[in-house]
Ligand binder design. Structure first.
Ligand code: ADP
Length: 414
């Protein structure tokens, strides 16, 4: 089955075409046929695309909206001229899986899209006003371009965290606010946490019931999940992706009282402060130069930039604080897993986060840590009580697999 995986944004469209089916899933032999991204939709649009065994290509073409971008992508990957044996035309796209950001309290797992599901996603739009409407547009554009008979599946960023206990998801504010407006912790990056948990189970030969692990997704956005018995019992992102760890441009945890203080002192509206905390804070806000960890590391190392160093120190300190807190919440764990662009690729950051955690049974092996960049591997020492892994995430693969399982009516544990 060829599954088109889509992540639709306001000006971008990420896509992959993955050949998968139950047999391939069982044997872990799913095949990526195409991957790419359209950027600048509505303006100067470019499409970066890479077909299997091919070199990366970059194409420029005006695309006025998401539907036009999707038409361009489908034309490029599913036609005689695409050069792909597996997809000679749109009929060779058998199903479409969508990343949907917010599933609210309603969606606890991936679902086949129906009119009822579309309504449900729309009802969650007030919780993710920048994302859910775009995800919906993507689903409707596929319906129009490929026809209603092509099954579509929605895979929610929030769904994995449905198992959170009340004490972890209810904020200590008047309870009526939760009842009236559904203000609570939802958690995000669920597909990533679930994928690396699954890989940990495979690598460590661990059953779901015995999966007690803290997973750290450290990319531009960052979050931690405390997973006990294969289900999250806490996670650092909250009602929105702003809470928790320090991120590229997001502050993570702050004293909520500073929001009105910043507003008053700087003459900003609540919405403007929200934007300051989301887009001008985090690594960028502290360093004043960049949200990019690699850039910061170079500045701290080569130029002795003290604020770059401070930004990295706060980033690592906050991550360590969450690991300690989650170990306490869970009554201990058997493993830590690092993923995301930073977690997968930076031995220095992983090392700094884990420094001084021997008391908790966490000890990295310097050589294993150094060598494990952009690939799966154990990075803890043999004497470490907790196994520590670096595992590249693959949300698209999980979306493709969920799509197949949902269409076939199978349950999808991981
Ligand atoms: P996104 O959340 O947008 O998907 P990524 O998961 O790709 O982002 O993570 C991007 C972050 O990963 C950036 O801060 C980037 O600098 C960082 N990163 C990528 N490679 C490395 C590396 N080798 N060392 C340190 N940081 C890295």
């Amino acid at each position: 089955m060829n599954v088109l995986v889509l992540n639709s944004g306001s000006s971008s469209l990420k896509f992959q075409l993955i050949a998968t089916d139950p047999d391939r899933i069982a044997r872990d032999t799913d095949e990526r046929l195409v991957r790419g991204e359209v950027e600048g939709i509505g303006g100067d649009t470019t499409c970066a695309i890479r077909k299997k065994d091919g070199l990366p290509e970059s194409l420029k073409a005006p695309m006025k909206d998401l539907e036009a971008a999707l038409e361009f992508v489908i034309g490029g990957i599913a036609s005689e001229r695409s050069g792909l044996q597996e997809v000679r035309g749109p009929a060779d796209i058998h199903a479409v899986g969508h990343r949907v950001v917010h599933g609210g309290e309603r969606f606890s797992e991936s679902v086949v899209v129906s009119d009822e599901v579309l309504k449900g996603i729309e009802q969650c739009s007030d919780l993710a006003p920048l994302h859910n409407p775009e995800n919906l547009k993507g689903i409707l554009a596929v319906r129009k371009l490929l026809g209603e008979e092509v099954p579509q599946v929605a895979v929610f960023d929030t769904a994995f965290h449905h198992s959170l206990p009340e004490r972890a998801y209810v904020y200590a504010i008047p309870y009526e606010l939760y009842q009236r407006h559904r203000i609570r912790r939802y958690g995000f990056h669920g597909t990533s946490h679930r994928y690396v948990m699954h890989r940990y189970q495979v690598l460590g030969k661990v059953t779901t019931e015995k999966t007690h692990v803290v997973t750290l997704h450290l990319g531009n956005g960052c979050s931690v999940a405390a997973i006990r018995g294969g289900h999250p019992v806490d996670t650092s992102m909250g009602m929105t992706p702003l809470e928790g760890l320090v991120m590229g441009t997001r502050s993570g945890d702050v004293d909520p009282a500073i929001i009105s203080v910043i507003g008053e002192k700087e003459g900003l509206s609540a919405r403007e402060v929200d934007s300051l905390l989301n887009a001008r804070s985090g690594l960028l806000g502290v360093s004043g130069t960049t949200n990019d960890m690699r850039g910061l590391q170079a500045e701290a190392r080569d130029e002795g930039n003290k604020r770059a160093r401070l930004a990295i120190d706060i980033f690592c300190y906050r991550a360590r604080k969450y690991i300690g807190a989650y170990l306490a919440c869970m009554g201990g764990a058997d493993a830590l897993v690092f993923t995301g662009g930073i977690g997968e690729n930076s031995p220095e950051i992983r090392g700094q986060i884990c420094t001084g955690m021997e008391w908790a049974g966490i000890a990295l092996d310097a050589e294993r840590n150094r060598k494990t960049v952009g690939k799966e591997g154990l990075i803890s020492s043999d004497s470490s009580k907790l196994a520590v892994y670096a595992i590249p995430t693959d949300e698209e693969l999980l979306i493709a697999r969920d799509t197949v399982r949902c269409i076939l009516g199978e349950s999808h544990p991981s």
